[in-house]
Design a binder for this molecule. Structure first.
Ligand SMILES: [Zn+2]
Length: 60
């Protein structure tokens, strides 16, 4: 399983997401970004998505 912390990409935020696949994490992070950080789909540029992927950690 993978986990991702919103804080790791610079937000002052305690949101953590866990999922089996990186694509599921990206999906959940996009929902979270929209809801809590007023980000649009367009704000998730390929470079931001790459950054998020790079910050994912393997967890039990
Ligand atoms: Zn957040």
């Amino acid at each position: 399983m993978l986990s991702f912390k919103c804080r790791d990409v610079g937000f002052d935020c305690d949101y953590i997401v866990k999922a089996d696949k990186d694509s599921e994490i990206i999906e959940k992070v996009m929902e979270h970004g929209k809801k809590d950080h007023n980000l649009n789909k367009e704000d998730f540029t390929p470079s931001l998505v790459e950054l998020i992927r790079g910050k994912m950690q393997a967890v039990e």
